[in-house]
Design a protein around this ligand. Structure first.
Ligand code: AMP
Length: 421
C-alpha cells in the first residue's frame, strides 16, 4: 500500500523551511520590539467555541470545520482560526488580572479547514496573528495595521499587496444599514445565488462578500455602510484614516470588506496580493467576542496573516534568493586534528557563527569542494603541522586569499570581522 499525505496538507522540506524560519524570525523580532507576548493554545477545542465565537452562519463553521466526537463523546473541532481560542484562553486563565492592560498577544500555528484545494488554499495551513485586549481606541487598530504592514515591509512584500480598509460600524449603525441593504436587495433576490438567498435572512452583510458575478453586479449599486455610520463610528473611522495617512501607510477604502467571520465591528481590513488573487491577511475590531464567549465585556482588535501565502509570495517573486543561508566557517581537518579543532569550533558556534566540520572524514580536496558547495565564507585549515606550530590557515573564499594566523579564537574572529567591514 502506498501511503501518501492527506489532501490539502504539505510536507515542508528544508529548502522551504528556511523561508518559514526567515518569516518566523522577523515575526519574533517585531513582536518583541512591540512588547507583544507569545501565546500557544491547543490545536483542538470544544466545537461550541467556534459555533458561538466565529458564528454558526459563517462558511467556516457551516462547511469547513474538522469536527468529530472523541472517545468521551465530546464534540471536538480542530481549530479553523485562532482568535476564538486565544479569547477562550484569555478568559479561562484570567489574563485580564495577570497582565497589564492592554494585553498584547501574538501566535503562530496550524489551523484546519475542509476547503476546496487551489493555489494557496490548503486544509492545513498556518497563520501568524496578533490580538490586543483592553483598548477601545482606534490607536490600537492602527497598531495592528502597523505591525502587519511592518512584517510585509520586512519581507519586501508591502508593495506587492493592497491594504483595503472599511468600517462596519457598531451594532446600532450596522442594524440600520442592514435594513437599508435588505430594502435594496429585496427586488433582486430572485436573480441572486442560493447562498445569497439564505444569507438575506440570516446574515445579509455577508452577501457583500459573494463572489458570484451576477450577485456582485447587483450589489455594486448597494448602499455602502460608510454612508450610514453613527457619529461615533464615523469619527473613529476618520481618525483611523488620518492616522494611517500620518504614518504614510497606503490603503484604499473598500466598503465591500465585511470579513468572513461574524465577530467584527468597526474597523475591518484585508491585505490582498496585487498579482495573485489571494488574500494575504486580514483583521479588525471585535469588541463583543470576549463577552460572547463568556468573559467580561472587553474591547479587542487583531489580525491574522496566512504564513503559507507569505511563503508562496516570497517564492513567486523569487525573494528567497535574498534569504541568506550562510555557513560562516568550514573547519578543514584530518582525523587526527579533528578533535583538537572542535574546541575552537564550539567556541565560535557559541559566539553565533555557523560552523561546519569534517564529519565525512574525507580528503582535503573533497572538503574544499564541500565548503564551496555550502557557500562557506571562510575555511580554517588545521593539519598536523599547523597544530604543532599552534597555527592555522584561514582562507577567505570570496577573495581567495589564504594566510597563516595564530590558532586562537581572537585571531580567527579578527580575520572574519575585518573581512566583513
Ligand atoms: P481568515 O481567518 O479567513 O480571515 O484568513 C486569514 C488569512 O489566513 C487569509 O488572508 C489567508 O492568508 C490565510 N488563509 C485562510 N484560509 C486559508 C487556507 N485554506 N489555506 C491557506 N491560507 C489560508
Amino acid at each position: 500500500m502506498n501511503i501518501t499525505r492527506q489532501k490539502g496538507c504539505k510536507d515542508i522540506l528544508p529548502d522551504e523551511v528556511k523561508i518559514w524560519q526567515y518569516i518566523e524570525k522577523n515575526i519574533k523580532e517585531i513582536c518583541d520590539s512591540y512588547n507583544i507576548k507569545e501565546i500557544r493554545t491547543p490545536v483542538f477545542e470544544a466545537t461550541e467555541l467556534y459555533a458561538r465565537g466565529v458564528g454558526d452562519e459563517t462558511d467556516i463553521v457551516n462547511k469547513e470545520m474538522y469536527t468529530f466526537l472523541d472517545k468521551g463523546n465530546r464534540s471536538i473541532t480542530l481549530r479553523p482560526e485562532l482568535t476564538a481560542g486565544v479569547v477562550r484562553a484569555y478568559i479561562e486563565n484570567g489574563l485580564s488580572s495577570k497582565i497589564i492592560s492592554p494585553i498584547k498577544l501574538w501566535y503562530t500555528g496550524n489551523m484546519y479547514r475542509y476547503e476546496k484545494m487551489q493555489k494557496g488554499r490548503y486544509r492545513e495551513f498556518n497563520q501568524f496573528g496578533v490580538e490586543i485586549f483592553g483598548s477601545d481606541s482606534y490607536l490600537a487598530d492602527i497598531e495592528t495595521i502597523k505591525i502587519s504592514s511592518e512584517l510585509l515591509r520586512r519581507l519586501n512584500l508591502l508593495d506587492k499587496v493592497i491594504l483595503s480598509i472599511n468600517s462596519i460600524g457598531c451594532e446600532n449603525c450596522r442594524n440600520e444599514y442592514i435594513q437599508k441593504l435588505k430594502e435594496f436587495e429585496k427586488p433582486y433576490l430572485d436573480q441572486m445565488c442560493d447562498t445569497c438567498k439564505v444569507r438575506y435572512n440570516k446574515n445579509p452583510l455577508r452577501m457583500l462578500d459573494c463572489k458570484e458575478v451576477k450577485c456582485a453586479k447587483i450589489l455594486r449599486d448597494a448602499p455602502v455602510i460608510t454612508d450610514c455610520l453613527c457619529e461615533d463610528c464615523k469619527n473613529d473611522f476618520e481618525k483611523l484614516k488620518d492616522g494611517l495617512n500620518k504614518l504614510d501607510i497606503k490603503y484604499i477604502i473598500d466598503p465591500g470588506i465585511v470579513r468572513g467571520l461574524d465577530y467584527y465591528n468597526k474597523t475591518v481590513y484585508e491585505y490582498v496580493s496585487k498579482d495573485l488573487e489571494l488574500a494575504v491577511g486580514g483583521g479588525g475590531r471585535y469588541d463583543k467576542l470576549v463577552s460572547t464567549i463568556g468573559g467580561a465585556k472587553t474591547p479587542a482588535v487583531g489580525f491574522g496573516i496566512g504564513m503559507d501565502r507569505l511563503v508562496l509570495l516570497i517564492k513567486e517573486y523569487e525573494l528567497d534568493k535574498n534569504i541568506n543561508e550562510v555557513v560562516d566557517i568550514y573547519f578543514l581537518t584530518d582525523e587526527d586534528t579533528y578533535f583538537e579543532s572542535l574546541k575552537y569550533v564550539d567556541e565560535l558556534r557559541k559566539l553565533g557563527y555557523v560552523v561546519e566540520t569534517n564529519i565525512n572524514n574525507k580528503s582535503f580536496n573533497a572538503q574544499f569542494k564541500y565548503a564551496n558547495k555550502v557557500n562557506a565564507k571562510f575555511v580554517v585549515i588545521i593539519g598536523e603541522e599547523e597544530l604543532n606550530n599552534n597555527e592555522c590557515s584561514i582562507k577567505n573564499m570570496d577573495t581567495g586569499i589564504q594566510e597563516k594566523i595564530k590558532l586562537n579564537i581572537d585571531s580567527i574572529k579578527e580575520k572574519i570581522e575585518n573581512a566583513w567591514i
